[in-house]
Ligand binder design. Structure first.
Ligand code: DX5
Ligand code: ZN
Length: 213
């Protein structure tokens, strides 16, 4: 499938429309990183930015919640136009319930884990997820180095999805560029999130094309 989701965390917030148009034209969805300064030691942006992007977006909005109590905000993300909503497994008490809540609100539910959480923890929920988010850096900041152990984790999740016979996409998030995209797609990733490699480049459309090649 080879879908690219540019992370708007690395976009130019003074000229956001320019970067939104770039995603509309060359990429597949908007990855929106929502951080609360509590679940992760960083604060990003919230509803007004998501809503503004949604007004001109022609590609789906994929919000990645790195917040405590994501269940409290599900309806509001639906209201501002989010199509895909992921949260972290260890941010909630009952992941199955939150996945169901997201689906009931009309969005595609996704379940995320940091690199230090065993992938097996995702397995009981695969049939309830439209996608899982395998973090290839620790959630909290853009511009970090890709963690190589992700390849093994990705293969293990892919194998289990096939074993269970469920339709669940795999999104990999963090430190991704044209240097590692081919291998990730070959191992079964469906969606690659890339922030810095896209928006800090002189030629973002070429970087997106290279990642899909
Ligand atoms: C990290 C975020 C990522 C990040 C990706 O907490 O979830 O989506 O913005 O950015 P890069 O591509 O710079 O690692
Ligand atoms: Zn993210």
């Amino acid at each position: 499938m080879a879908l690219i989701a540019p992370s708007m965390l690395a976009a130019d917030f003074l000229h956001l429309e320019k970067d939104v148009m770039l995603v509309n034209e060359y990429a597949d969805m908007f990855h929106l990183d929502i951080m609360d300064g509590s679940f992760v030691p960083n604060i990003s942006y919230g509803f007004p930015i998501v809503e503004a992007i949604g007004k001109v977006a022609t590609k789906p909005l994929d919000a990645h919640l790195m917040i405590e109590h994501p269940e409290k905000y599900v309806d509001r993300f639906a209201k501002v136009g989010v199509n895909m909503l992921s949260f972290h497994l260890n941010a909630v008490e009952n992941a199955g319930q939150v996945l169901a809540q997201i689906r009931a609100a009309g969005m595609k539910p996704g379940l995320a884990i940091n690199p230090d959480i065993p992938v097996e923890r995702l397995f009981p929920y695969l049939d309830q997820c439209d996608y899982v988010v395998l973090m290839s850096v620790f959630a909290g900041f853009g511009g970090q180095k890709f963690i190589e152990a992700t390849y093994r984790r990705l293969s293990a999740v892919k194998e289990e999805i096939q074993r269970q016979g469920v339709t669940c996409m795999i999104q990999v998030d963090g430190g991704i560029s044209a240097k590692n995209s081919r291998k990730l797609f070959d191992l079964g990733a469906d969606i690659l999130v890339a922030g810095s490699s896209v928006f800090h480049s002189e030629n973002p459309e070429q970087v997106i094309a290279d990642m899909k090649a």
